[in-house]
Design a protein around this ligand. Sequence first.
Ligand SMILES: Cc1cc2nc3c(=O)[nH]c(=O)nc-3n(C[C@H](O)[C@H](O)[C@H](O)COP(=O)(O)OP(=O)(O)OC[C@H]3O[C@@H](n4cnc5c(N)ncnc54)[C@H](O)[C@@H]3O)c2cc1C
Length: 423
Amino acid sequence: MDEDAASIPGPSPGAGRRVAVVGGGPAGLFAAETLRAAGCAVDVYEAKGSVGRKFLVAGKGGLNLTHSDPPELFASRYRERAGEVGRWLSGFDADGLREWAAGLGVPTFVGSSGRVFPEDLKAAPLLRGWVRRLRAEGVGIHVHHRWTGWSDAGALRFATPDGEVEVAADATLLALGGGSWPQLGSDGAWQDLLREAGIDVAPLQPANCGFDVDWSPHFVARHAGTPLKPVVAHWRASDGSGRSLQGECVVSEHGIEGSLVYAISAVLRERIARDGHAVLELDLAPGRDLARLRGELARPRGKRSVTEHLRRQAGLDGVKAGLLREVLGAGAMHDPDAVAAAAKRLPLRLRAPRPLAEAISSAGGLRLEALDEGLMLRARPGTFAAGEMLDWEAPTGGYLLTACFASGKLAAGGILRRFAQHG
Ligand SMILES: Cc1cc2nc3c(=O)[nH]c(=O)nc-3n(C[C@H](O)[C@H](O)[C@H](O)COP(=O)(O)OP(=O)(O)OC[C@H]3O[C@@H](n4cnc5c(N)ncnc54)[C@H](O)[C@@H]3O)c2cc1C
């Protein structure tokens, strides 16, 4: 039993209570599990034909479940929500998540980057085992149930293949996800439903996303889909201080994407919202300082082409040489000083974030100020919310799933506390 439930007098704080969990992602399923363990009758209602579709997709290419950062650093990943999410994590953290996975027969390991993965890197065995256990514990899972709002009497309304269904419960948990990859079920349609009910929702925005750059058709034709590695990104943080980070990104048809860009996407998105564009500077030659690069590029080129000279002298080939030409223009490519300076700080003008549907996750959502400490909607007592639909964001690295689990656990505790307080 969880700490919140354990602090409530009585053997089963949820006994005789019915909870409707709307949304079968990790936040909803984890809340359902916690509530069931405390004796509640729990039903999960999911719009799609199966639960956990985004969790499954997150497992493609390696499920990054959580991170081994120490607690303070971990909480700082949630930026301006570090205080609130840090509090959620004090009730359920990365270690808790690893123990939970181990309990389902899926041990985890810490990768070289500090990220935590299941040993087999996959999400499917974890999800399969989890759903099996939930069903065995008596959690009802109702797929093809799309929540469409509340009836006048306050019941939950669902659109199902058999028509509309109304459900009354002693408490409701909304765990409807953000708005990225809407084909997986979380399409953000709940924003209007909650706004109509007078609840404060910050518009969903792309997080961990790529950005548009106005590439020439020639550059796109030659280089779209090519990884850029290693590179160092330089940018200005919101307080104006200079920051840098080494990593990898990918030139895309529309601009630039990949883990390095995702890691700084929040600040880039905010800069674009403020100034209409953002400048990201890339060091294409992290292993060489400017003086060395200048010297290398100033050597006689002889009959070699500029491209061959860049490759031989400075290891700048393929997409890196293409980028230099794209940004500097063909004429400046003959000026070794200009090329060296650009190779160390190539300014890319980012025009807009890519659409939310393409992003890994969402920023914005149900404002935390609209919720009490147990994640109950202040404007709608008895209705709680958890997961990515809440207004927080974090980079990739396992921080997204960890906060979803932690908020699911906290909201379940809030529901149990309410039951205890209201007899
Ligand atoms: C490609 C990709 C890779 C990712 N990789 C990682 C990773 O490695 N590590 C990490 O930490 N995070 C990762 N994430 C993010 C992570 O998957 C999400 O943050 C997490 O799944 C959110 O959990 P949730 O329960 O809040 O919402 P979701 O998982 O989105 O679940 C919400 C559920 O609610 C359902 N729903 C929505 N509206 C309704 C409605 N009206 N009625 C009924 N049901 C509804 C949806 O169908 C969905 O099943 C990745 C995301 C993507 C897209």
